[in-house]
Design a protein around this ligand. Structure first.
Ligand SMILES: Cc1cc2nc3c(=O)[nH]c(=O)nc-3n(C[C@H](O)[C@H](O)[C@H](O)COP(=O)(O)OP(=O)(O)OC[C@H]3O[C@@H](n4cnc5c(N)ncnc54)[C@H](O)[C@@H]3O)c2cc1C
Length: 502
């Protein structure tokens, strides 16, 4: 039996490639697990995308050749085991949430009791059970450049499941999941391939130029993240297709490949230490005090903070599920520093609205932006500067913050500075049509930095650094982190450290 998880595709599929060479008939299953659908990080957008992936896959392997159940994993396996003599379960490894980790532990226990072999395959260059990163870079290079695992559907000896066996356990998949929503990217391997093709043929030529720009990057970034996260295309396939056009597209592809590398690097962190989902990477930060402000949460999460770039970014996410990297980082640092709020609450909310939610990227990234490692350089993305530098002609803000539609481009970043006459002139009244800023940006951010550095320089944060580097850093980077520690202890003044990079 093949249990498809985040790998619903035919190109480069280690599991399906493996079963092609086996004599036994194969049952393919996919599960919509109610307990996963109901966690706070989950949203209908994720399951709709997954569902569209299944529909696409069905079209390729034959409509009745995949068993899709809306049931908890153990319940589903028990039902299947009553109907079929399962000899082995095959699946890709999943670097997921604690809830999927615990579910996998329970499934493994059940398999052991039943004498069923559960064979798992590594996913996307991420390794299981490694204590540190020695040898990781070579493994990653070899993996990404290695042979893809092709699948020939005619070579699969597939069982056509008899649905009568499952009537009792079949709960209808919620209607909302099956209903498309045109504001979001549509799931499925076919869409992923088309998108990849348009990226290599045309869009990637402006990748670097527009990377930081929230509006233009929607066209010129790959937009492959939800497909890679849901496994509708493999990262290795994307890597190799883009490598093939490197001569033509040069640094655009180098930078793109760096990001594919980061992806695996971050996922490897969560794979090595699953507690990163819920606890600071550097446990020394456990005691840092941040009082929850429901009013801040409400304004930040629905895009009404009074900072146009923050609000435009959040509204864009809510409506489309997508945002470029820089603006995501800005949302995370605004939440964690300027509003001085707990990273876990912010991370859970963004997980829900990101169509590409990938736990292994998301939690380490959010924690890094929130300063929870205690060793990365601190960068707070100032929303006023981001608007001035990266929102050409105010297109992005005007698109998402309609209330400011009449305000000229050069005044858009700081609408609270409009004079009364300007407000009348543009028929945009601050405090009425659009809110005053939630906080005084400079003051709130300065105070946050002071509190943060006092904590970060404390012994309970610093004492964990060598252990963190040993576990999560590549051997060559450890030297840089040691330099970084020197910087923080006085070789370079703090003001240099505070300056956000352009
Ligand atoms: C706080 C925060 C949370 C994030 N959470 C997620 C998440 O849940 N899922 C997710 O896919 N990305 C996440 N990212 C990373 C990044 O913002 C997105 O991958 C990227 O914006 C997706 O757009 P794209 O596919 O067009 O990217 P491209 O620039 O075309 O990149 C190609 C691929 O590389 C990977 N990638 C790109 N940037 C990064 C990065 N900085 N770190 C790690 N991998 C990267 C992604 O798989 C992406 O699809 C997060 C970033 C931040 C700051």
């Amino acid at each position: 039996m093949v249990w498809l998880k985040k790998d619903v595709r035919l190109h480069d599929h280690a599991v399906l490639n493996y079963v092609m060479q086996q004599p036994n008939p194969i049952l393919i299953i996919y599960l919509f697990e109610p307990s996963l659908i109901s966690i706070p990080e989950s949203d209908v957008r994720h399951w709709r995308f997954a569902y569209q992936g299944i529909q696409d896959f069905r079209g390729k392997i034959g409509h009745n050749k995949i068993l899709v159940l809306h049931a908890e994993a153990l319940d589903a396996l028990k039902m299947i085991a009553e109907a079929y003599a399962i000899q082995a379960i095959l699946s890709h490894q999943e670097t997921g949430l604690e809830i999927t980790y615990r579910r996998d532990q329970a499934v493994r226990k059940w398999c052991k009791r039943k004498g069923i072999n559960w064979k798992t395959f590594e996913r996307d260059g991420v390794r299981r059970n490694i204590p540190d990163r020695r040898g990781w870079q070579k493994y990653w290079d070899d993996y990404m450049n290695g042979d893809l695992f092709p699948v020939d559907v005619s070579g699969l000896n597939l069982i056509r499941p008899n649905l009568n066996h499952f009537q009792n356990g079949m709960v209808k998949i919620p209607d909302l999941i099956a209903k498309p929503d045109p504001s979001f990217q549509r799931g499925g391997e076919t869409k992923a391939m088309k998108l990849l093709e348009s990226f290599t043929q045309n869009r990637a030529k402006s990748y670097l130029k527009n990377l930081a720009r929230p509006s233009l990057s929607q066209e010129t970034c790959s937009r492959l993240s939800p497909y890679i996260a849901h496994g509708h295309v493999s990262a290795r396939h994307v890597y190799q297709e883009t490598k093939a056009v490197k001569d033509r597209l040069g640094r655009n592809i180098d930078q793109f490949h760096n990001r594919l590398w980061w992806r695996c690097h971050y996922i490897q962190k969560l794979e090595t230490e699953y507690t990163i989902e819920k606890e600071p990477i550097n446990r020394g930060f456990i005691g840092i005090e941040k009082e929850f402000r429901p009013d801040y949460y409400k304004a930040w999460s629905n895009g009404s903070t009074g900072f146009p770039m923050i609000d435009a970014s959040m509204r864009c996410l809510i409506e489309t599920g997508y945002l470029n990297f820089r603006m995501r980082a800005m949302l995370a640092t605004f939440w964690s520093f300027t509003l001085w709020q707990d990273w876990r609450i912010g991370a859970a909310y963004l997980a829900k609205v990101f169509l590409d939610f990938e736990p292994g990227i998301h939690y380490p990234q959010f924690q890094m932006q929130a300063g929870m490692t205690g060793y990365h350089p601190m960068r707070i993305f100032n929303p006023i500067l981001q608007a001035k530098k990266y929102d050409d002609y105010g297109v992005f803000i005007k698109k998402w913050v309609h209330e400011l539609g009449n305000v000229p481009e050069n005044l858009l970043a700081t609408p609270w500075e409009l004079s009364q006459m300007e407000q009348n002139f543009y028929n945009t009244h601050i405090g009425k049509d659009y809110p005053y800023p939630l906080v005084n940006y400079d003051q709130a951010t300065r105070e946050a930095k002071e509190k943060y550095w006092a904590y970060r320089n404390s012994e309970h944060v610093r004492k964990n650094l060598p252990e963190l580097w040993r576990k999560h850093s590549l051997p060559k980077d450890i030297i840089n982190y040691e330099e970084e520690l020197n910087i923080q202890t006085g070789l370079v003044t703090e003001s240099v450290m505070y300056n956000p990079k352009p």
